[in-house]
Design a protein around this ligand. Structure first.
Ligand code: SRM
Ligand code: SF4
Length: 558
């Protein structure tokens, strides 16, 4: 069991929080500040929000002796990343009225809004509630937004497998009514027994917990980077069950060798029997609740529990708790991780359009009026909205009859041209949020990667490699939100304008990359890539991917 003697401060905040209420209710009435109390900043995460400030404006505010410009980032809980057109219209307007207006699609198939002032949190959540959306457990030491393969053209069983995302999210929701009382002004419970929580109790999990469901062969959600991955095994058109893989996670800390990114290890197979599937998931979580490290938050993710106790121990403990044995894992193959841009049709003859959205940021700019176009599409009521794990969106489930109307809107706002003209590396790239909102950022990511990609595109053109779909990802710090360690080329921020360069990840998400060079600025990055691309062009085997070539060349620090 976990060491309860040296509990971290966050553990104490959770335990005395009265079901995640803390002093949030009183704090909202404090007119002197736009912030909330320090302990409450931990609790508000469980309600799907982070208190932040605009880091670009810190100096100017300090000079004027003003408090930092506090606001909140809100992340919605959208299991499997599916919105109806009505929900999109609501999201568009809520974003415009209460936040910066930009809708940011995340790497976990949901959206974030930034810059929400404290006084606008309630109106925002009330508006979302009217269209059956919430932000419960989108952050915090609980199960987060469950991801699921986004593309309905992947398999005839897509809907069936995808539906598990909402069911797992529901199964693992905290029982506390705090969210409804504080933000939606619902009546307070008279009997606290109604919110007793056998799963989370009063201590919740030692750390965040992430679950992803993937339908091979496309690994669009990067399944093995999750604490728990469910890998659908489909044979002869039937869902046979899921391989369960545990212990994925990417966060690391510069200079702390005890922390590391890790891909999930396959634990075994559970047949397509819902009772067994949900029991296994639930008990995997309870084992982490009971054995995860609660004293050092840097070492508290499931990956460290798995490495501490071993996979065989975890399987035996799980079998004991579920009362049945996991079967041997079934074979599976990933061939791809990319989104299918442009128009695609599925087995039911429905159409899907995937536009290019750089770093998942939906706004109108000189390149394309994405935000206006998607609103107009939503207003027709003819397309659903499906987020992908690559910070993208699929305009989905469109009939052949309705396709011309959607095409017309996309053309009108420049979306088709914008998508068709984006280069191969741009379409495969991911950048995390980083500056100016992320309090942990050491360097830029989504504001800088587009510029760097333009320069890398120039180098690729020089060696006639422009069509290569090299997966490039950048984050502003080593926490790994843009999954840079699972990229063929990963850039991990070390300081403003400086990045560690990682090489050698694969195309399918089955292998992590390794550090090649540290602390490079732009000039050094481009100089390195110039030589590496030259060698790649000259010496690659037929069809060899850049990441595979980099590994074969041993382009990593010993
Ligand atoms: Fe993340 C913390 C943004 C996906 C690993 N992440 C943060 C915070 C909340 C910063 C903070 O704690 O103050 C960032 C908010 C920035 C902002 O201003 O909006 C943040 N993470 C994001 C998003 C929005 C990146 C994006 O551009 O898409 C992604 C939101 C996902 C979602 O909808 O839930 C996001 N974060 C990830 C992923 C990728 C994934 O899950 O597929 C990872 C790596 C996988 C993993 O969990 O290991 C990830 N985020 C982290 C970590 C490191 C955790 C660890 O185990 O060490 C932190 C820091 C922490 O938790 O202490 C973090
Ligand atoms: Fe912030 Fe670091 Fe995550 Fe980027 S990787 S969003 S900089 S915590």
């Amino acid at each position: 069991m976990s060491d309860n003697k040296n509990l971290s401060p966050v553990e104490k905040i959770k335990q005395k929080s009265d079901g995640l209420r803390g002093t949030l209710e009183e704090g909202l009435k404090n007119e002197v500040t736009g912030a909330i109390a320090e302990d409450d900043t931990t609790l508000v995460k469980f309600h799907g929000m982070y208190m932040q400030d605009d880091r670009d404006r810190r100096e100017e505010r300090a000079e004027k002796k003003l408090e930092r410009l506090y606001s909140f980032m809100m992340r919605l809980r959208i299991p499997g990343g599916f919105l109806t057109p009505g929900q999109w219209v609501a999201l568009h307007h809520v974003a415009g009225e209460n936040s910066t207006g930009t809708i940011k699609i995340t790497t976990r198939q949901t959206v974030q809004l930034h810059g929400i002032l404290r006084s606008r949190i309630k109106p925002t959540l009330k508006s979302f509630s009217q269209v059956h959306l919430d932000s419960i457990a989108a952050c915090g030491d609980v199960n987060r937004n469950v991801t699921a393969s986004a593309h309905p053209m992947e398999s005839e069983l897509h809907e069936k497998v995808h539906a598990y995302a909402a069911r797992i999210s529901e199964l693992l929701l905290p029982k506390t009514r705090a969210f409804f009382e504080i933000w939606l002004d619902e009546e307070q419970l008279t009997d606290k027994k109604d919110e007793e929580d056998p799963l989370y109790q009063d201590r919740y999990l030692p750390r965040k917990f992430k679950i992803g469901i993937v339908i091979p062969p496309n690994n669009d959600i990067d399944a093995l980077t999750n604490d728990l991955a469910l890998i659908a095994i489909i044979e002869k058109g039937k869902l046979k069950g899921f391989n369960l893989a545990i212990g994925g996670g990417l966060g690391a800390t510069h200079g702390n060798a005890d922390t590391y990114p890790r891909l999930a290890s396959v634990l075994g197979f559970v047949p397509a029997d819902d009772e067994k599937i949900f029991k296994a998931i639930y008990e995997i979580v309870t084992i982490q609740r009971d054995y995860g490290n609660r004293s050092d938050r840097k070492l508290s993710r499931l990956k460290y529990t798995v490495d501490k106790y071993g996979l065989d121990w975890y399987r035996a403990e799980l079998n004991k708790r579920t009362g049945f044995e996991l079967e041997d894992a079934r074979p599976f193959v990933f061939t791809d991780r990319t989104d299918h841009y442009g128009w695609k049709q599925n087995h039911k003859n429905l159409w899907y359009y995937t536009p290019f959205i750089e770093s998942g940021r939906i706004l109108d700019d000189e390149k394309a009026a994405l935000k206006t176009a998607f609103l107009e599409v939503a207003q027709t009521g003819l397309a659903n909205f499906r987020f992908t794990g690559n910070q993208n969106l699929i305009l989905a489930d469109i009939t052949t009859k309705d396709k011309p109307a959607i095409q017309k809107i996309l053309e009108k706002y420049g979306i088709i041209g914008h998508t068709d003209s984006a280069s191969a590396i741009r379409k495969n790239a991911i950048a995390c949020v980083a500056l100016p909102t992320c309090g942990l950022a050491l360097a830029e990511a989504q504001r800088y990667l587009p510029t760097l990609l333009g320069k890398i595109d120039g180098l690729l053109a020089k060696y006639e490699l422009s069509q290569e779909q090299i997966i490039i990802r950048m984050t502003g710090c080593p926490n790994g939100c843009g999954r840079p360690y699972a990229a063929e080329i990963g850039f991990v921020g070390t300081a403003l304008g400086h990045y560690n360069m990682h090489l050698g990840g694969d195309h399918e998400g089955m292998r992590l990359n390794r550090i090649y060079k540290e602390n490079l600025d732009e000039t050094a990055i481009l100089k390195e890539l110039d030589v590496l691309f030259w060698l790649y062009k000259k010496e690659r085997a037929n069809g060899e991917k850049f990441g595979d070539f980099a590994l074969r060349q041993k382009w990593y620090k010993p």
